[in-house]
Design a binder for this molecule. Structure first.
Ligand code: PRX
Length: 645
């Protein structure tokens, strides 16, 4: 770990909203009296009916129930659009940069209002009511933001599904929240290649057996698609005919805003539920302070709207703050490795937020593509999704940011709604590789395996001891799973699933997941999901999947596969199985290494010893620990001998 410290530059202490002294003071106040602190912060959004109660949260043991501002009413779309119209209607809300560098457009807050109202009316005309769910399966085009906000406007709950997911994964998510309406596009465009979204959506709808009654189809490429009369609706035509005004539904603070399916250590992905007011207060506040967003700044988060980062930090946080948010359809290496930095120059981006996997991939291409651009507009750089290694951090800081821009390494999760542990650019001395200190109102604790809280410099599991407004409220349709997953390991505390180290300055260093979740290029995957896909193939008898260190992706997917009796391993079969998982779940789940294993290390009671499989995947052959309890210790030797390079 790097011991380098980058102190806050003097000019930053002057320009930033929060300097070191303010951080200390406000943080102390946020912990001492959360009700007072958050009642004050909640003024950043407009309320229809003001709240009188602030926090009402119980983390168990026993009941787990989380409510914020529970008797207030508001509308999220109103806060993200309408309230900006009188002073800033002509301000750019969204800069859209296409996959093709020749394509881009600016959408003002007034245009955003017009588009969102029209779409909201289209949804209503198709029977969507307050509390209904709408699934959104779109590429990175402005319609994705319109769709989210149109739902919010009429009180429908959206569930955005990443465009890289397969028809089966999409079908599972449509069924998982009982969506009768699906919004998609003919095709997506990424790195010059077309993604058959409508064909995938058709296959998913078929699999969901008539559940989807309406499919709204955005014309992105105009490519040939199949059409189901009576179900499919042309987005462009419908929106053009619709009224450009639509009232905002009055929503209770605790009404659901969206569901986002995310992988856990067991079972199918679960629907994380976020509600309205607390989520928006938290997304807006973190966006302003973590990125030190000032009016007029151009802000770019490179995530996809299919992930929580896209929800909180492309759409809701920035738009609630009246910001200009850039939405990029493409990929970092198309048409060249300089694309990100060319986009920064083209739109004079001030704040840039991306993932360590992208930074490492770009670092691998050397400094020249970066140095061919100016990047003079940049002021803050952000990182999210996985631990950033100090080498990548230093490169980002030195080469991309010309040693001028603070790097905010933001730790959070789909469940947390917004950033929890992070530097603030004008307040926090930076240590490369550390997410540093908690945001206001966040009470992290480190616990040992017995659940004892450990103080001072230490290592252990990361829990959060107190509720915050942006926290998820439940698992859609399964509150018991919510309680079990997050509140049973350490009763009375929210368990993050991450391990961490806290140093002598109180800085947090996230070390990664301590459960059976792997983080591939900043995307979460349950090893059980990949295993169940593999065993669904006719020739596979058993599969065990673990993560291993990967230079670019952070973690790669290592799959051990035992074949049915009589089936011979071959390279062709290996490729077939990799392609099978890719098709079944989506490209992000493709195993990087597939190891044919005649036997897996099991205890005498038949339990697979994943610890050993992890060590073999990591090539830590000398750290296998005690293998004498295995039913057949000789399988370990065989696995080591046959480990793929
Ligand atoms: O392991 C942590 C890692 O990503 C997990 C959350 O994944 P997801 O819900 O998909 O959300 C990703 C974007 C918020 C965490 O449990 N993680 C996220 N950010 C960081 C991180 N690990 C280390 N440092 C980070 N900055």
């Amino acid at each position: 770990m790097s011991g380098n410290i980058h102190p806050v530059p003097v000019e930053w202490t002057k320009r930033a909203f929060i300097d070191a002294a303010t951080y200390k003071d406000l943080y102390a106040r946020s912990i001492a009296d959360p009700d007072l602190f958050w009642a004050e912060q909640a003024k950043r959004i407009d309320w229809i009916k003001p709240f009188t109660k602030v926090k009402n949260a119980a983390f168990g043991p026993g009941e787990v129930s989380i409510k914020w501002f529970e008797d207030g009413t508001t509308n999220v779309a109103y806060n993200c659009i309408d309230r900006h119209l009188s002073a800033a209607g002509d301000r750019t809300a969204i800069i859209w940069e296409g996959d093709d560098p020749a394509e881009s457009k600016h959408i003002t807050y007034r245009e955003l209002h017009d588009q969102v109202c029209r779409l909201a009316n289209v949804l209503k005309a198709h029977g969507v009511k307050k509390g209904d769910t709408v699934t959104i399966y779109l590429p990175m085009i402005p319609e994705a933001a319109y769709a989210m906000l149109a739902c919010a406007r009429i009180g429908a709950i959206h569930s955005v599904v990443f465009g890289g997911f397969s028809p089966d994964s999409l079908a599972g998510r449509i069924e998982g929240c009982n969506s009768k309406v699906l919004i998609t596009a003919d095709e997506g465009l990424r790195g010059g290649r077309k993604v058959p979204l409508k064909a995938n959506a058709d296959a998913a709808a078929k699999k969901s057996g008539g559940l989807v009654k309406t499919m709204l189809v955005v014309e992105r490429t105009g490519g040939a698609i199949e059409w189901t009369d009576g179900r499919d609706v042309r987005y462009g035509e419908a929106v053009a005919k619709a009224e450009p005004h639509c009232p905002c539904a009055e929503m209770n603070a605790e009404d659901s805003l969206f569901i986002l399916f995310t992988s856990g250590s067991t079972g199918a992905p679960k629907g994380v539920v976020h509600t309205s007011a607390g989520y928006l207060v938290y997304a807006s506040m973190t966006h302003q302070y973590v990125f030190d967003y000032h009016e007029g700044d151009v802000y770019w988060c490179t995530a996809d709207v299919g992930w929580v980062t896209g929800h909180s930090y492309i759409v809701y946080g920035p738009l609630a703050n009246g910001a200009t948010t850039l939405m990029f359809e493409g990929v970092p290496n198309y048409p060249t490795m300089a694309r990100f930095w060319q986009v920064v120059d083209k739109h004079k981006v001030n704040i840039f937020y991306t993932a360590p996997t992208a930074i490492r991939a770009l670092m691998g291409a050397g400094d020249d593509p970066v140095k061919s651009t100016s990047r003079a507009s940049l002021r803050v750089l952000g990182s999210v999704g996985e631990p950033i290694n100090p080498e990548a951090w230093e490169w980002y800081y030195r080469v991309v940011g010309d040693s001028r821009c603070p790097v905010v390494d933001t730790w959070w999760q789909t469940e947390t709604g917004g950033i929890l542990i992070t530097p603030l650019p004008g307040a926090t001395d930076l240590k490369p590789g550390s997410a540093t200190l908690p945001f206001f109102g966040i009470r992290p604790e480190v616990v040992d395996t017995e659940g004892r809280v450990v103080e001072g410099a230490c290592s252990g599991n990361l829990v959060i001891a107190e509720s915050w407004p942006g926290q998820m409220r439940t698992v859609y349709g399964d509150h018991e799973r919510f309680v079990q997953t997050y509140f049973s390991a350490y009763p009375g505390k929210y368990f993050t699933g991450d391990g961490c180290r806290r140093d002598e300055d109180g800085y947090y260093w996230i070390t990664g997941r301590v459960d059976d979740v792997i983080n591939v290029s900043g995307h979460r995957l349950g090893t059980a999901e990949v295993e169940s896909s593999l065993v669904a193939h006719a020739v596979v008898s058993e599969a065990a999947v673990v993560g291993y260190p990967h230079d670019i992706k952070g973690q790669g997917i290592y799959a051990y596969v035992t074949l049915m009796m009589g089936v011979e391993p071959s390279d062709a079969l290996r490729s077939e199985l990799v392609a099978w998982v890719r098709k079944d779940i989506g490209p992000i789940a493709s195993p990087d290494i597939l190891h044919f294993a005649p036997g897996l290390p099991k205890t005498r009671s038949g339990k697979i010893m994943r610890r050993i499989l992890r060590k073999i995947a990591e090539q830590e052959f000398s750290a296998l620990g005690d293998i004498s309890t295995l039913a057949d210790p000789s399988v370990v030797e065989d696995l080591i001998r046959n480990r793929n390079p």
